[in-house]
Design a protein. Structure first.
Lengths: 67, 393
């Protein structure tokens, strides 16, 4: 699942919870929402981690030395 | 200033002294066409002329002299001015035929004809390679010319091979031998060919002025440097060749590149290229780095925004969920209240009771008989009773 898919599902659940869903269904939806938000946060965290790696690589780039 | 007055003898004597005093006039060569030739008392008296000038000449003891009017001659001798007659004569001590006139004319005619044919055109000149690995030389194997060339070659570059094709450079066979040399080098891997000879008279240089040699040079596929005679001499081979060198030494200077200097130049060029490219690279690296950083910032912004979005979506979920639960709870409460209202136990509080038989609620006397055991439930307990009688309303 992509970040976008997870995020839009989260939005859908949020809207669904404002309608007349039953309690069991609400609980189920809420549990699903927590899972989805976890997916979103994990993906964001991974992206952030990659940025740190790139940043490190960027720091190590230095102009060619000529003797 | 007062004018000096002289008699003729005095003036002519002064003129004679001036002429006699001039050192270079004491032995000198002059050439021209013989005219007014006559022999008198065993001496020859004649003039030599060219267009616009003539000179009277005397040759003493002319018994063996074979010249005649119209001949081109080269006279060597001195000038003599006669005080008595006020005349100037050239006293020739040596008379030579001066064939150059005719030969030179032929040379010019041939040059013009071959030139008109395009054999000397600049556009057909081949480029002399800058870095020859092998140089062919057509010249005499003895003499100063080959020595000079080898000397220059060794000085400039000991790695370029030099191949000498020995050829006579003077006399009848010279022309064919020089052409044979060109033909020989045509089929070798030499990069350039030098044809050379040292200085000499116009006649000496004749083999380098022939049509056959010019055509051979024209046809040769190798670049040719011609170095014939001294700096002031021009031969047809010079015009036909891809380059003319004023002397054989200069030809060698051109053909053999300076090895050490070339190495030095190469090093300089390489060094400069490296410096230039490292400048370019580092400037490009800086640009890329700046761009990378910009991209990273943008990505970080995107991630940050998405964190916020996710967080707000989730808190929305939580709030909607809470609302949902609250709503369910309130529905339940309402329902409970309704149910509570219709709880029969509440009725019992007002003194009503429930009669049951065998666990079933009795709603009518039809369902009960006298003597039946019944259970009567009140608000605070129950009574077991036996039905004594029943009466219909």
């Amino acid at each position: 699942m992509t970040y976008e898919q997870a995020y839009s599902k989260l939005e859908e659940i949020s809207i669904k919870l404002t309608t007349d869903v039953g309690l069991d269904q609400a609980v189920k939806l809420f549990e699903e929402a927590i899972e989805l938000s976890k997916v979103c946060y994990d993906k964001l965290k991974a992206a952030e981690g990659k940025i740190q790696v790139f940043k490190g690589e960027l720091e190590n780039l230095s102009p060619l030395k000529v003797d | 200033m007062e004018t000096i007055k002289l008699n003729i003898t005095q003036l002519n004597t002064i003129i004679k002294r001036i002429i006699d005093a001039e050192e270079f006039l004491r032995v000198i060569s002059v050439y021209g066409e013989v005219t007014n030739f006559k022999i008198s008392a065993g001496n020859a008296y004649f003039d030599i002329k060219e267009e616009g000038a003539s000179l009277s000449c005397i040759f003493f003891g002319a018994s063996n002299l074979t010249i005649k009017n119209g001949d081109m001659v080269l006279l060597t001798g001195r000038l003599n001015y006669y005080v008595k007659t006020g005349k100037l004569s050239f006293i020739a001590s040596k008379v030579e035929e001066y064939g150059l006139g005719e030969l030179y004319k032929q040379f010019l005619l041939l040059k013009e004809r071959l030139g008109a044919e395009g054999l000397f055109d600049e556009e057909i000149k081949k480029e002399i390679p800058r870095f020859a690995k092998k140089v062919g030389v057509v010249t005499s194997e003895t003499g100063a010319v080959i020595r000079d060339i080898v000397h220059v070659a060794k000085k400039k570059n000991k790695y370029t091979d030099i191949i000498v094709y020995p050829a006579r450079v003077q006399g009848e066979k010279a022309e064919d031998e020089i052409i044979a040399g060109l033909n020989y080098f045509e089929n070798t891997d030499v990069d350039v060919v030098i044809i050379a000879r040292g200085g000499g008279s116009f006649e000496d240089l004749a083999p380098f002025n022939t049509e056959k040699l010019v055509r051979a040079i024209y046809a040769c596929k190798k670049p040719i440097i011609s170095a014939v005679g001294h700096e002031t001499d021009f031969s047809l081979s010079d015009f036909a060749s891809d380059m003319r060198a004023p002397t054989p030494s200069v030809a060698a200077e051109i053909a053999f590149f300076d090895y050490e200097q070339t190495l030095q130049d190469l090093n300089d060029v390489i060094k400069k290229n490296i410096e230039d490219s490292s400048l370019i690279i580092s400037s490009k690296q800086e640009k890329i780095k700046a761009q990378d950083e910009q991209i990273l910032n943008q990505i970080q912004n995107i991630i940050g925004n998405n964190y916020l979005l996710t967080k707000s979506a989730m808190s929305q979920v939580l709030s909607n969920y809470t609302l949902n639960i609250e709503k369910q709870k309130s529905n339940l409460n309402k329902l409970t209240a309704v149910i509570e209202k219709s709880n029969p136990m509440n009725i019992l509080k007002s003194g009503y009771s429930i009669t049951e038989k065998d666990g079933k609620r009795i709603n009518s006397i039809k369902n009960i008989d006298v003597g039946d055991n019944v259970k009567i439930t009140l608000t605070d307990g129950s009574i077991d009773a036996i039905v004594k009688s029943k009466e219909k309303k």
